[in-house]
Write a protein that binds this ligand. Sequence first.
Ligand SMILES: NC(=O)c1ccc[n+]([C@@H]2O[C@H](COP(=O)([O-])OP(=O)(O)OC[C@H]3O[C@@H](n4cnc5c(N)ncnc54)[C@H](O)[C@@H]3O)[C@@H](O)[C@H]2O)c1
Ligand SMILES: O=C(O)C(=O)C[C@@H](O)[C@H](O)[C@H](O)COP(=O)(O)O
Ligand SMILES: [Zn+2]
Length: 361
Amino acid sequence: MTTIEVHADNPYQVHVEAGALTQLPALVGDAARVALVHPHALADRASELARQLEAPGRTITPIELPDGERAKTAEQLVAGWSTLADAGFTRSDVVVGFGGGATTDMAGFLAASWLRGVGYVCVPTTVLAMVDAAVGGKTGINIPAGKNLVGAFHEPRGVLCDLAVLDGLPAPEVVSGLAEVIKCGFIADTVILDLVEADPIDALDVRGDRLAELVTRGIAVKAETVSADLRESTSVGGRVGREKLNYGHTLGHAIEKQENFTWRHGEAISVGMVFAAELSARALGLDQTSVQRHRDVLTSVGLPITYSGADFDTLRATMSLDKKARGAKLRFVGLPEVGRVSIIDGPDEEALRECWAGVAR
Ligand SMILES: NC(=O)c1ccc[n+]([C@@H]2O[C@H](COP(=O)([O-])OP(=O)(O)OC[C@H]3O[C@@H](n4cnc5c(N)ncnc54)[C@H](O)[C@@H]3O)[C@@H](O)[C@H]2O)c1
Ligand SMILES: O=C(O)C(=O)C[C@@H](O)[C@H](O)[C@H](O)COP(=O)(O)O
Ligand SMILES: [Zn+2]
């Protein structure tokens, strides 16, 4: 088993191994009420989990969410609050998020907002959620104006990444998760890129050792980054902090909004990373070989690198609501070289248009 520490106000651990789920009862502790939030696709597995959590005097309340981004809406949040109210949920009770990143973002925000914060345990069931969404305490929902625009920081008590639950995850979801893994390679741990490039097909095998290593390395990047800058300050001692995890997300989130949240997150940020690489070449001097490396490694696992659903002006307007923006200025995460990040603050608008030409189809 691999255990990765996250240094937060209340430090917690991320456990990575097949069978990690057996630790769930210990994390839930003696809570008299447990809300088990899960997507429709995991209804049967959630029932099994509920049985494992049964204890004398305990009530377990399942909260089933729609699959995908339809889980992350204000309507689902209001419905969740009503369910917790009906269950008499108090501050000694615990919400468990069991699902992909959409479920864990929503479950975490339910826990953050109910009574201004109750206990939360995170059990991610997709590659993307294990590597990224479950770690670091960002929770929230989408609104029609944009992605994750409403949310809160709320750290979990612990995170259980049970690699066995990935068996049966649809292939396009594995591919989407690889986008966040590859992001970790470009911003910090370049061994990740070497591992994917050496055998992209093997990297997608949920039963294989290569994916297990990629997941563990991705979690290590995320945990180290958030531990150094929990609340995403714009700069930490002159260094780029948590914002680096937003590489590819400025355009990526705009594409997700443009597509009414029907694109997978990893697909959208894949296009966003190519755009950010093009911008890095113009603003930070990233070499063309590294820009091409983005296109090659992303396509090698089946991720998209172009977008045809809107014109630049439409996406530019959406990007102005990006959380990194300050006033009228956009902020992008860029790479002066692979493995190192720098902020591009207020990029030249003409350069943005040129970069758009590099991803538009
Ligand atoms: N909070 C953060 O720091 C953070 C980080 C990265 C991404 N995110 C968010 O995560 C979301 C994307 O997460 P995702 O890619 O996991 O998508 P997702 O949660 O929509 O899950 C993808 C699909 O797989 C199904 N599924 C989940 N686990 C399964 C399993 N084990 N077997 C079979 N089917 C399963 C789901 O029901 C869904 O249909 C986005 O909303 C993104 O914004 C948040
Ligand atoms: O954890 C972070 O910080 C990240 O930026 C990780 C991203 O991969 C993730 O998609 C996150 O939800 C984006 O956050 P947002 O603040 O841009 O909504
Ligand atoms: Zn992301």
